[in-house]
Design a protein around this ligand. Structure first.
Ligand SMILES: NC(=O)c1ccc[n+]([C@@H]2O[C@H](COP(=O)([O-])OP(=O)(O)OC[C@H]3O[C@@H](n4cnc5c(N)ncnc54)[C@H](OP(=O)(O)O)[C@@H]3O)[C@@H](O)[C@H]2O)c1
Length: 177
């Protein structure tokens, strides 16, 4: 990561799902060390609280929110709590995931369903919860409104974007799935 990219993390509001262990926890430590404001989400709040205590003692502004990503209402509550505390959402690290391993022949259909619930629906819940905020922050609602009313505007906007001539319509950044 370049110095400019690291500096650009300073003060950014970052939600991390699955922050209670593994990759999510490591990501939290990495981003905290680079000045991001963090929202730590997972089901095991004892682990989140311990991590938050450590990071806030080192100066990070951090919020903990109990979240099961399979439940859209809980993921929406996560986004709402983030906005209430920090008034913006810059990045979602859509990290919560499971990977139970078993031969297909074992027919562990419940595990397959669970993987879909967490790894697919959970990710989509995260996108749904933060995208309206991110598009509003990027100044997109006007363009979205036009696109709904006038389908031909989709092609015109796409062509302008491809020619890199649109100054105000910035890409939505910060969705990491
Ligand atoms: N580590 C690797 O090298 C590696 C490599 C390739 C792929 N992956 C995949 O990347 C993902 C994360 O790996 P990891 O090693 O960091 O695993 P991990 O240590 O088991 O962490 C998984 C995280 O996801 C959270 N989580 C699981 N179900 C959740 C749910 N319903 N709602 C909210 N949070 C949930 C867990 O938190 P709670 O249990 O507290 O909710 C935990 O924080 C997994 O899908 C794994 O298969 C990992």
């Amino acid at each position: 990561m370049s110095n400019a990219q690291i500096q650009s993390l300073t003060g950014k509001v970052v939600i991390i799902t699955g922050a209670s262990s593994g990759l999510g926890e490591a990501t939290a430590r990495y981003l905290a060390a680079r000045g991001a404001k963090l929202v730590l989400a997972a089901r095991r709040t004892d682990k989140l609280q311990a991590l938050a205590a450590e990071l806030s003692a080192a100066g990070t502004d951090v919020l903990v929110q109990a979240t099961d990503v399979t439940d859209m209402a809980q993921v929406q509550a996560l986004a709402d709590a983030t906005l209430k505390r920090f008034a913006r959402i810059d990045v979602l690290v859509n990290n919560a995931g499971i990977m139970p391993l078993a031969p297909l022949a074992k027919l562990k259909v419940d595990e397959w369903s669970r993987m879909i619930d967490v790894n697919i629906k959970g990710v989509l819940h995260g996108v749904a919860a933060v995208l309206p905020t991110m598009t509003a922050q990027a100044g997109w609602p006007h363009h979205q409104h036009r696109l709904r009313r006038r389908p031909q505007a989709v092609y015109a906007l796409r062509n302008r974007l491809q020619r890199n001539q649109v100054r105000r319509a910035r890409p939505v950044r910060g969705l990491a799935c």
